[in-house]
Design a protein. Structure first.
Length: 547
């Protein structure tokens, strides 16, 4: 691999450990191309969806796009709104209010759609489990197109077309698109059957790529396969975007220079998600669709203000939840199920994610309201949430989502029984979740960690879910030089033979011994090149010294 691709041995070893056994697939991974994107007409009954939409536009019938209040739902809604307006459609976008309306097509949402006079409804980032709503729309003579990516249930809702790569029997080559990826495919298919010019279509699709990247990272979709291509080019499209809303979002989040996945995950996505978390996501959608620099600037400032408020609420809930988590761990629970009256439902997903990382256990965080509770759940590798919820279905009103992120609604009286059943299901179906092994990519010598070879590993980016930064391991090392306290941890030198490199550990990682002593340590680390041009090692663990 190293010789065929003319890459360093450590990079070749990382590629091999991630399943690349031949040079050409590895070359394609290192050099993603837009030509690698799959034909949109492979995605479900795409021809049927395009015919339905173009027919409605031709007949001047109203089309309602019904989205969701998170980044994926907002981004997919914005793509559909832009392409439909470019095609001359009479289009209205509806986004539910998290606190007032809840998720997906409720009875109230169906009534709104019917009252709007819609002939066609396109759901994005929801709809695959909306059986009752789909039947109501069908009875009202409204054609339904579902563009979703959530796991289908045992009963599929009636619809003119369902575009979902996870559908049983799907021929689509890649199953991990987020909803915005599905919406992008629909927009792409529409441009191939539309009278708009090729140049205008290309402009719309290239702008949409940036939004797809934003949503894919925000929704923690795996950055593998087709998603890797979409995000690689989408991050470049975000930086080059001419959209007033995207430019204002970048300014407000203080994102400068080349955009990386981490900028999206920790700066852009939280701002875009904040209004929907606290109630009404309309301002986020308006920002994505804004065509005025002044309006976009004002909207971005509003999102920033709401995001600051969200952080305060989140800290209060998280502090309380962490205390409860420790109590559950002391009881020896196989999973964490927490329920409280006053926890804001808009931050329970973030809190559940933090608890899952802290405990390394599947986590459900429930907000109790009256006789019911609404929950967000986050999981860990090896624990598939919808499958675990299947074992508790008689205790739940509704549930759905992905393997690692899901939600549910439950009767208050069933919470205790659900906790016991969920923990039992985790115990029976999952193994090793409480002490997950390090997923090491390659064994290296410190002498191989030269600036050029470390920079070369950036070719594996964008990093994120399913494609983390390389984790390397070196044996026969020792701590050398003074150990200094630094912000968030300790810094020191690691020596292996004649090579010594700057290293650091964060809080929670203990040094097994001080300077001197034999070269006996095994070190798991992630390398980077510091501003000085020298290699720096972020040490995650000393595996052979763990108790």
């Amino acid at each position: 691999m190293s010789d065929a691709l003319r890459i360093s041995r450590p990079l070749a070893q990382v590629l091999a450990s991630r399943g690349f056994s031949e040079p050409e697939p590895a070359r394609a991974f290192l050099q993603p191309a837009l030509n690698d994107l799959h034909d949109p007409f492979l995605l479900g009954p795409m021809e049927e969806a395009v015919d339905c939409i173009t027919n409605a536009i031709r007949r001047k019938k109203r089309i309602v796009v019904f989205g969701d209040f998170d980044a994926d739902g907002l981004c997919s809604s914005s793509i559909m709104a832009r392409i439909l307006k470019a095609l001359g459609a009479d289009v209205e976008v509806m986004i539910p209010n998290r606190l007032r309306d809840g998720y997906s097509l409720t009875d109230a949402a169906v009534a709104r759609i019917i009252d709007s006079g819609a002939a066609v409804t396109i759901t994005v980032d929801n709809g695959i489990s909306a059986n009752k709503a789909a039947e109501s729309l069908e009875a009202a003579g409204i054609e339904l197109i579902i563009a979703d990516h959530h796991e289908p249930g045992s009963v599929i809702p009636p619809a003119r077309a369902i575009l979902n790569p996870k559908m049983p029997g799907s021929r689509y080559p890649y199953g991990e698109l987020c909803a915005t990826g599905v919406a992008f495919k629909l927009a792409w298919a529409l441009t191939q059957r539309s009278p708009i010019s090729g140049e205008k279509a290309q402009t719309i699709l290239l702008e949409s790529l940036g939004v797809v990247a934003l949503a894919t990272i925000a929704d923690v979709a795996p950055l593998t396969g087709e998603n890797r291509v979409l995000v690689t080019f989408g991050l470049r499209a975000l930086r080059a975007s001419r959209s007033p809303g995207i430019r204002a979002l970048l300014r407000s989040a203080r994102v400068q220079g080349p955009i990386v996945a981490r900028d999206v995950a920790f700066r852009l996505a939280p701002m875009l998600n904040a209004p929907g978390r606290l109630g009404d996501a309309r301002s986020s959608l308006d920002l994505l669709l804004s065509e005025s620099d002044d309006e976009a600037t004002q909207l971005a400032r509003e999102l920033s203000r709401i995001n600051r408020k969200r952080r305060v609420i989140q800290k209060t809930v998280l502090d309380s939840a962490l205390k409860r988590m420790r109590e559950e761990l002391d009881r020896g629970r196989q999973a964490i199920v927490l329920a409280e009256e006053d926890w804001h439902p808009g931050v329970t997903g973030i809190v559940a994610g933090h608890i899952a990382r802290e405990s390394n256990l599947p986590t459900v965080v429930i907000t109790l309201e009256g006789s019911r509770g609404r929950a967000s759940a986050r999981s860990v590798p090896g624990a598939h949430l919808p499958e675990l919820f299947d074992a508790c279905r008689d205790l739940l009103i509704s549930y759905g989502g992905h393997a690692r992120a899901a939600g549910l609604v439950i009767e208050r009286k069933n919470v205790e029984a659900f906790r016991d059943r969920f923990c039992e299901a985790v115990s029976q179906k999952c193994s090793g979740t409480s002490d997950a092994p390090l997923d090491v990519d390659a064994e290296v010598e410190l002498g191989e960690m030269k600036p050029a070879s470390v920079r070369e590993m950036e070719r594996l980016a964008p990093f994120g879910e399913g494609n983390p930064p390389p984790l390397l391991i070196a044996h026969r090392c020792r701590v050398a030089g003074a150990v200094r306290k630094r912000r968030g941890g300790l810094s020191f030198f690691l020596r292996q033979g004649d090579v010594a490199l700057s290293a650091r550990v964060g809080k929670g990682v203990d040094l097994p011994d001080g300077p001197g002593g034999p070269e006996r340590l095994t070190v798991a680390f992630r390398p980077s090149v510091a501003g000085s041009g020298e290699v720096d090692l972020e040490v995650l663990d000393f595996p052979e010294t763990r108790s």
